[in-house]
Design a protein around this ligand. Structure first.
Ligand SMILES: Nc1ncnc2c1ncn2[C@@H]1O[C@H](COP(=O)(O)OP(=O)(O)OP(=O)(O)O)[C@@H](O)[C@H]1O
Ligand SMILES: [Mg+2]
Length: 354
């Protein structure tokens, strides 16, 4: 979908199903997504829409015995689904690295953070212990940890939440990946620290030429940081496009509902997406038509009967809605402005306390 640069991640009709007792859960039902070199893409959508499952598939992190992944999945031109276990380990770390929501789960509590990063570097490259430590120090400087030399010798619990996130980003960068996946890197943090971390990711992306896919619940953050936004619903990307365009001119009723839910009521910094009336579908029993139709005030009979094909509005903007040609949501312009205003309010680099 991206126009310039090499495609670093290519998902084509990606389907991920989990076997559970007596049922099959269709967590991802045909995702098409391309991420170019140097591009930052945000995945948004309600809880359970398949954002984490999609991200984890890119590194094949799902339990093999209960998971079926089908379709096309390429990273840096290589077919990830065809990789053997031996080929997967260099993929994880050297090519793609992931940062998780809770750094305490990614960092080992009994080693200093510096030791963990140095060890990871030495596992991937033949360098001396002193050289690995020097590289770890350089990474701490890159992620702007204050007093980096001293903090290399800190244990994870001795760091604040924001600092731990930075340390985890340093760990993720330690093998110079080309693609960084970030699964809600910031929800555990204070709103101000969240945007700081996301802006740091954006800056690192520019400096290192990384491609980044990140999951967020904060549309303001997505617009601030991402080039492109992909909106997921029930395991599908229902709309994707350049961040500003998608916000100003959403064409899927679900995207519009998300924006509206974001702009109603008291606006609070970093608030999570509010719920839209109705519940998401049962992923073990998906309807034949558009999965959003039961909750959609624009749905017509045909929506319940058939799956909408992807409609390309232009080279970058695509939508899956039978009525996308006729629906225009002018009233959302206000919501878009509101979301952007909150996110600007968050952007104050002097405020980081963590
Ligand atoms: N290993 C698994 N086995 C069975 N079902 C799973 C597994 N992992 C995820 N699921 C199901 O797949 C669906 C999509 O989950 P996913 O974690 O991708 O949602 P999400 O969009 O990341 O939501 P959230 O915003 O809450 O993180 C959910 O219904 C979840 O319960
Ligand atoms: Mg998730």
């Amino acid at each position: 979908m991206a126009e310039q640069g090499k495609t670093m991640v290519r998902l084509h009709d990606l389907r991920v199903t989990f076997k559970a007792p007596g049922k099959t859960i269709r967590a991802v039902s045909g995702v098409d997504l391309e991420v170019a070199e140097g591009e930052v893409v945000a995945l948004i959508g309600e809880s359970g829409s398949g954002k984490s499952v999609t991200l984890r598939s890119i590194m094949r992190l799902h339990p093999e015995s209960r998971t079926r992944i089908e379709g096309g999945l390429e990273v840096d031109g290589r077919d990830v689904l065809a990789m053997t276990g031996r080929e997967l380990s260099p993929l994880r770390g050297d090519t793609v690295a992931m940062i998780f929501q809770e750094p305490l789960l990614a960092l080992d509590p009994v080693y200093t953070v510096g030791a963990q990063i140095a060890e990871t570097i030495r596992r991937h490259r033949k360098v001396s212990a002193a050289e690995a430590r020097a590289q770890a120090l350089a990474l701490f400087e890159k992620v702007r940890i204050p007093s980096p030399a001293r903090r290399l010798d800190a244990y994870p619990h001795e760091m604040s939440g924001g600092m731990r996130q930075r340390a985890m980003i340093a760990l993720a960068l330690s093998c110079s990946p080309k693609v960084l996946l970030a699964d809600e890197p910031t929800t555990a943090l204070d709103a101000t620290v969240q945007i700081q971390i996301l802006l740091l990711l954006r800056e690192l992306q520019r400096e290192l030429g990384l491609s980044i896919v990140f999951v967020t619940h904060d549309i303001g953050a997505a617009v601030e940081v991402a080039d492109r936004i992909a909106v997921m619903y029930a395991g599908r990307i229902v709309e994707q496009g350049p961040a500003a365009q998608l916000l100003a001119q959403p064409r899927h009723p679900y995207t519009m509902s998300l924006l509206q839910s974001r702009s109603h009521g008291a606006l609070q910094k970093g608030q999570r997406l509010q719920t839209i009336p109705g519940a998401p579908p049962d992923l073990s029993n998906l309807p034949p038509g558009c999965a959003f139709a039961p909750r959609c005030s624009y749905a017509v009979a045909a929506c319940q009967a058939q799956q909408p094909a992807e409609l390309r509005l232009d080279a970058q903007h695509a939508v899956r809605c039978l009525r996308a040609q006729e629906l225009q949501f002018a009233e959302v312009a206000n919501a878009a402005a509101a979301a952007a205003a909150i996110s600007n309010d968050l952007f104050d680099p002097t405020k980081e306390t963590a």
